[in-house]
Design a protein around this ligand. Structure first.
Ligand SMILES: Cc1cc2nc3c(=O)[nH]c(=O)nc-3n(C[C@H](O)[C@H](O)[C@H](O)COP(=O)(O)OP(=O)(O)OC[C@H]3O[C@@H](n4cnc5c(N)ncnc54)[C@H](O)[C@@H]3O)c2cc1C
Length: 487
């Protein structure tokens, strides 16, 4: 019987394994750490629930709802409070609510009259036709003007990628933006006319998509998938090498200092790009994974603070606030975590989750926890009128947090496709390939499970297929997403 190895028990690997198991295909998930979830990390302590990685899943694809249903989590699912829809962007050193309607845009203090005029002129800006891969900064300045870049998109990009607009690629990091221009000649026209097409495809625009979490945080999802997979999840086991054999793949494993090996018919890699570069790959075709080490993952520190409600002047009702670089604060932004979902803070208290580092200030992310808390409190004092000491404080440092889909990233994706074709039975999926959000990773996990099923079926009918297997492009996933913002 064909068996599949899944490398990595983040949300991509667990989703892929869960889908395969539901189709009767035996799987083993190898995870090098002692826990499942990857960057998802929810911790309950002192009456607070701290989310250090993602805070919400944006429900952009029906596959997400399906996974929640199939894993039996519908009764534990939480949808954000309706009053938590407001989002703030900092300008003039104050959080200002983002306009939610055309009238709101015309009257908001977030942008000057000049910036508003530039946005109104956007439908008349000619589309770019020379095929150049633009950075987000180039694209936004060309279509919407400098102020929109500095006071909105810069903050959004920090909130989504912890990234830098002058480096991130439009077609790689925000493909829908480029597609809107190519197709409709304008982002504004595209927003209006694209709605119909999304409806046809069963998709939801990111600004309309529902968000979700669970009673005990996002960690509930990977934990539940692990429970459903049972013995198939093997923790504390790092995959070090992959060798192609006559019947499939041999994995070299390191488990608590012991060297082991395992045979599988197919392998799905769902780890990080920088650890992919460390894997030894032995195949008939000579292929090196070294170049994946070039993919940049800037460091990010998550700082979760609790305060007494009366010690915070701002109502903190809403999703959170994004902070552009030009405003001169150290934090990239803050999620109003306890206004999103119930039971995130004890009665009379609130939880604020802030992020430090990213491409903007990489050197700050690795500061000692005490300094991270001090920096964050100093910013929150000015921005939200926070007084007094936090009643809860906890930080987590992600030394390599989020892959940057910078200009030129397409070559890595192409290379993954080439490897899959030249080393049949090896598959790549997850945040470094199919989009950086949790939702993207879930869709990526579902899609790769389908691709593996097709492969195993083809090979079982004719083993020779393995030799000239050509992957079909599956492009249901769309890169996106977010620490705090949404594209
Ligand atoms: C601070 C932060 C905030 C974020 N906020 C949001 C948000 O609000 N919304 C959102 O949608 N997204 C957010 N994201 C992004 C999102 O959480 C991730 O992109 C997504 O969870 C990635 O899942 P994954 O399974 O692809 O990878 P990972 O979670 O990185 O999991 C990969 C797993 O593979 C394991 N592994 C790697 N190599 C090996 C090996 N050789 N052998 C065995 N195991 C291996 C690792 O130990 C790890 O457990 C955030 C990310 C970070 C870091």
């Amino acid at each position: 019987m064909s068996t599949v190895a899944v490398i990595g028990a983040g949300i991509t690997g667990l989703t892929a394994a869960f889908c395969l198991k539901r189709h009767g295909i035996p799987v083993t998930v190898y995870e090098s750490s002692e826990r499942v979830g990857g960057v998802i990390r929810s911790v309950r302590a002192d009456g607070y629930l701290a989310e250090f990685g993602p805070n919400t899943i944006l429900e952009t694809s029906p596959r997400i709802k399906q996974l929640v249903r199939d894993s039996g989590l519908e009764s534990r699912r939480l949808d954000p409070a309706p009053e938590a829809s407001a989002r703030y962007v900092v300008r003039y050193r104050r959080p200002i609510e983002m306009p939610a309607s055309p009238l709101g845009f015309l009257t908001t203090r977030l942008f000057t009259a000049k910036a508003k005029l530039a946005v109104l002129r956007e439908p008349f800006v000619p589309r770019r036709r020379d095929g150049k891969e633009e950075s987000v900064a180039e694209f936004v300045v060309r279509r919407l003007g400098r102020e929109f870049l500095d006071h909105a998109i810069d903050a959004l990009v920090a909130g989504i990628y912890a990234g830098e607009p002058s480096k991130l690629s439009v077609p790689q990091a925000f493909p829908k933006l480029g597609q809107l221009e190519a197709r409709y000649g304008s982002l504004i026209k595209g927003q209006i006319f694209g709605a119909r097409e999304r409806k046809r495809r069963g998709e939801v625009a990111k600004d309309r998509a529902g968000k979700l979490s669970f009673d005990e945080g996002l960690q509930v999802l990977p934990d539940t998938l692990r429970d459903r997979l049972g013995d198939a999840v093997v923790l504390n086991t790092e995959v070090r090498a992959l060798a192609q054999t006559a019947s499939g793949w041999r994995l070299a494993l390191s488990q608590r200092g012991q060297e082991l090996s395992a045979e599988h018919s197919a392998v799905i890699y769902t780890g990080t790009a920088f650890r992919l570069a460390q894997l030894t790959l032995e195949t008939e075709a000579s292929l090196s994974l070294n170049s994946f080490a070039e993919i940049r993952y800037p460091p990010v520190a998550s700082v979760v603070l609790g305060f007494r409600r009366q010690d915070v002047e701002h109502p903190c009702q809403g999703f959170g606030m994004l902070i552009p670089r030009v405003e001169g604060f150290k934090i990239l932004g803050t999620i109003f975590s306890s206004s999103l979902f119930p039971n995130r803070a004890p009665q009379g208290h609130l939880t604020l989750t802030s992020y430090i580092g990213g491409e903007r200030y990489p050197q700050l992310a690795s500061l000692p926890s005490r300094e991270l808390v001090e920096l964050t409190c100093a910013d929150l004092r000015v921005l939200l009128g926070v007084r007094g000491a936090p009643t809860f404080q906890h930080t987590v440092f992600y030394p390599q947090a989020i892959p940057q889909y910078n200009v030129g990233y397409g070559r890595y994706r192409e290379f993954m496709g080439q490897i899959e074709n030249r080393a049949p039975g090896l598959f790549f999926a997850g945040h470094y390939r199919d989009g950086i959000s949790v939702g993207d990773s879930i869709v990526s996990g579902c899609n790769v499970a389908e691709r593996v099923q097709q492969y195993l079926k083809a090979v079982s009918v004719s083993p020779a297929t393995a030799k000239n297997w050509e992957q079909k492009d599956v492009d249901e996933t769309q890169p996106s997403q977010r620490l705090i913002g949404e594209d």
